[in-house]
Design a protein around this ligand. Sequence first.
Ligand SMILES: [Zn+2]
Length: 429
Amino acid sequence: MSDPVRCMTVCRVCGKEDWLDVLSFGPMPLANNYLAPAPSYDDEPRFPMDVIVCRSCWLMAIRQVVSPDVLYRHYVYISSDSRQILNHMRDVANLAVTRFHLPAGSLVIEVGSNIGTQLEVFRSMGMRTLGVDPARNLADLANARGVETLAEYFGEGLAGTILEQYGHPRLILGRHVFAHIDDLTDVINAATRLLDPAGIFAVEVPYLLNLIEGNQFDTIYHEHLSYFSVGTLRRLFERHGLRVVDVARFAVHGGSIVVFVGQAESQWPTGKAVFELEELEVRSGLTNEVAYQRFAERSGRTMRELGALVRGLVSQGKRVAGYGAPAKGNTLLNACGITARELQYASDTTEFKQGKVLPGTHVPVVSPAYAHDHPPDYFLLLPWNYAKEIIGREKSLLEQGIRFIVPIPEPLVVSNESLKDAAFSLSHG
Ligand SMILES: [Zn+2]
């Protein structure tokens, strides 16, 4: 195995070495490393996690790059089948097909295609599809569903094989994979080689502007190596002879963008949304150190306030539990110092997490049925991006007097009485 962690020296986007130190989380566990209960967790891996920003291209990144061998050894990512995510997949497919006039029978390739849910949407629209996902178990599941999938890493090596056997794709899609990749050059070179003159490479990433403005520091963890703005992605692709021809902004996952990239000389004129979002980024301070310093101050404040709130409740004899056990909740709890001493449990619908403990904080994960039978006084809502839906669905808990703590952007306690006032904050948070 190679070194478990390396520190980034030159910027993976612009090649310069001019970093601004933004925020240091200290040693953090791996956010998806759910553990079997044990008498001692002394062997649990922890790695430093420093957030840095490139003063040249404004890429936000984690300095420490944990080796994929370590990061994904026990990785069991199951793509969500929530209605919100399925609707989003349809929106992305419709947008790509109509905006770039994809004729029926066009080849669509998805990088990181998981079990093939997104490609099924394209198939229903009459497209030919090919999935690429290095996780063999996921590729097998996709193939069993009839979505042809190669269990390979997408890169220049594979591009030649794809060209030979399938021809040029009109669309290559990568949803939420770019932020995980250390060496972007190999992936971009592969896409460049595959795209015909009209072809489009569509890349979806969480949007840095939402992260900064929404104080979403909990979405920072080792797997997410890069945090992108439109301006930074434009520079990245320009460096490789490509051009961002359009961008669309979506509300899912706390806010994401899909950038559509073509050959520099491609027929597609650059859409005005590219210029508009870049202007918005400049106006919002993303090309200025101050915005990142303010983000660090604000997230530090939230960490202290949330930690004090939960510890205060526990010292008054209140029972507090986690609602949900998403990876980002593990950044939140570890950053705030909220552990199994404070939280009775965290309930989650994902079966493989149940019976395990959360990384770093060792809070036991239980089923929603257990939580229903053992309700706390306060639920700390870890998947805060679904706050509106969850609180709407759990009205009966509120009516029983149980309160919800929505942690991000700032801690907000929601009770049955305050629900009306909170509704505004939740829909605008
Ligand atoms: Zn840079």
